[in-house]
Design a protein. Structure first.
Length: 300
């Protein structure tokens, strides 16, 4: 069997502190944990190596023995016996074998390699606390209409075959994200669940265009009302309203209706404006009498 470089497994060098070993172990154990990689055999093997490296390097006695013998680990047992004999005889202690520079990974207790069993007898500290990991965050998308975004309403959102009731506030913007704490992936080893992030996509409306908190719409206006003035009933997202049309209104002219736009997000009772662009519609299928009147107007 070959020497296993525990420092290399953890991406550390031999001078690594206890805190550095702990930090490296937590990072790698989370990355390769079987619960997060259920169908990855390579990740599972890597996780076992990380556990074994942590079992050795986080234990001062095991680490000392590992550092002392290094690649000369096969001679460790003979050396220990010789050392004990020398100490019994009152002689000086043998010089230690020089261990090679090593690098390794950190791991929690579990199955051990033949190398570990030969060097440490397969013992583990037992009762080692498992590292708790926060569950994975989930990201999802939900499409709603502009008219749905106009009012505060509830929707049922299904994720992982579970129905979740969510409240969508009036005035929410396209691309805005709602965070649902604890509705993400389950935690590992008793860790907290992740969060669910739902990004709202607001579909385009055939009548109204939204820019910020203002709404824009184009309304057809007959020529006679445009010339003489009058009233025009138009649709808003809050119902129908009558709008005064001043005489001699030009094609493309705009009228602003204060407070008839989109609700301001999380500001109760505050709305943007509705901007109307007038599209003058010319009359068609005129009678001869009507055409004569237009000729008369054109010559006056």
């Amino acid at each position: 069997m070959e020497f296993i470089d525990y420092y290399k497994i953890l991406g550390l060098d031999k001078t690594a502190s206890t805190e550095q070993i702990k930090k490296a172990y937590r990072k790698l154990a989370r990355q390769y944990h079987p619960d997060l990689n259920p169908n990855d055999k390579d990740a599972n093997k890597k996780f076992q190596q990380i556990n074994e490296a942590n079992e050795v390097l986080s234990d001062p006695e095991k680490r000392k023995k590992y550092d002392q013998y290094g690649q000369n680990w096969q001679h460790a047992e003979a050396y220990e016996k010789a050392k004990q004999s020398q100490q019994t005889a009152g002689g000086t202690a043998y010089s230690t074998y020089g261990g090679s520079e090593a690098f390794g990974d950190d791991f929690s207790s579990g199955d051990f390699s033949d190398f570990f069993t030969s060097m440490f007898g397969g013992s583990s500290r037992g009762g080692q606390s498992q590292v708790k990991f926060r569950g994975q965050d989930y990201n999802a998308e939900l499409q709603i209409s502009l008219r749905e975004a106009y009012t505060t309403h509830q929707r049922i959102f299904t994720i992982n075959e579970k129905n979740i009731r969510i409240t969508i506030p009036a005035g929410i913007a396209n691309g805005q994200t709602i965070k649902l704490k604890g509705h993400g992936g389950a935690g590992v080893n008793g860790g907290p669940a992740g969060d669910l992030y739902i990004t709202l996509t607001i579909a385009e409306d055939p009548v109204f265009k939204r820019l910020g908190d203002d709404l824009y719409t184009t309304v057809e206006l007959d020529l006679y009302t445009a010339v003489l003035g009058g009233e025009k009933t138009i649709d808003t997202l809050d119902g129908k309203v009558k709008v005064k049309v001043p005489p001699e209104t030009q094609n493309g002219a705009k009228t602003r209706l204060k407070g008839k736009g989109f609700p301001v997000y999380k500001k109760e009772g505050i709305y943007g404006d509705l901007i109307i662009t007038w599209l003058i519609k010319l009359p068609v299928n005129l009678t001869e009498k009507q055409k004569a009147l237009f000729r008369e107007l054109s010559q006056s």
